[in-house]
Design a protein around this ligand. Sequence first.
Ligand SMILES: [Zn+2]
Length: 428
Amino acid sequence: MTGKILKYLIFLILFLTSSNIFDSRDNYISRNEVDMNSFIKDMVSDSIESDTDVIDKYFTEGMSIDDIKSLLTNRPKNIKSTGKYEPIYYDFSNMLHYKDIEVMLYNMNRLDIVNLEQLYKTVDDRYIYGIEIGKGNKVIYIDAGIHAGEVGNTVILMQFLSEILNEYYTGNKDIINKLNNVKLAIIPCINPDGYEIYNFGKKSINNKNLWIYENYDKLNIEHLKSNANGVDINRNFPSQTGGLLFKKEKIMKSVAFDKSTKAGKHFPGYSLGSEQETKSCIYFMLKHYRNMYAYIDMHSQGRVIYNGKPNLSKEFNNLSRKFAKYISSYNKYKVHGLSAEEVGRGNDGTATDFMAELAHDFKFCLKTGRLCSSSYIDNKASLMYNYPVITMETLTTYTRNVELFKTEYYDKKLRDILYDMLDGNFIK
Ligand SMILES: [Zn+2]
């Protein structure tokens, strides 16, 4: 009899814990309202990969358990809004300092439709920001500036946000309606140290003990990708693929096992998720992925779009391809096939890898310190959150020429695409 009651109680507990707040996907879930213990329970697993698997496949350490826990529990700061919104008329008139961008963001935060979050602070003393605009449930997530020399998209996003917020401020009904139906979640500049140093040179480095200051004269600044620590943030994500090197695969020439001043050599960090920039992204991604409608990671290397991931579900790859084609129908950027996204050759651990794995509901594994799923290698993971993931490479090369950004925004239709996406109904 006691056994029966016990069984019933266990069943009841399992039932109650499985129907947690995240299950109702139609309702917008704000992490601010979430009980963090249940979030950690939901995001962390300790039994998916064995230690031997890990040693065989990876050349970069995962995140430390303490770091994962602190990331899941330490909430960045919402910035209080003070004062009255001042319309912003920028239109690529000059190259923006990061300080100018901060002034613009703080001004935007004065509108009731905007929530600005101060994420983590970089090693050269600059805050990274996440800005949320809109009241809808569908999240359109865009980030830019992960690579130092790819500064154009930050400026392009600031121009776009200024325009729509000016229109919101002056009562444009169309924009007001749209912003009631979608939510933009944007990190306009993931790598502010890199942004400032690429644009304004050595004098903009505050902390003279940094790797970037000490090695500045040996660096090819025109092709700078890393942060001020010498880490390529776009290899530093604790995805299952992060630092992955399948046995027998040849490692890519572009991989560096230590900090390197050579152009085209990417150092993923001594451990994944080690950088403040990566942590900022992870925080903001975890906050939004369950409500995501689409994700774009903006880079600047030649008007192409990468989409999908070879080891993830067909559904996901089809959806990502559809999204890429939708964008290309406007700007004629070349849409790459899936084969352009290799796995296990040292180019892994990107922002899109991480977001693509979250779409398949991968959890943090405490043993490996990265996202994980046992169904990954067999290509059997199923899509849980229905959003596409693309890398959009704007412009033709690294440049700080604002005239070229302006051309890309107007003539290459980035403006039209961004406006059209506000409908929240663009993947048909
Ligand atoms: Zn890039």
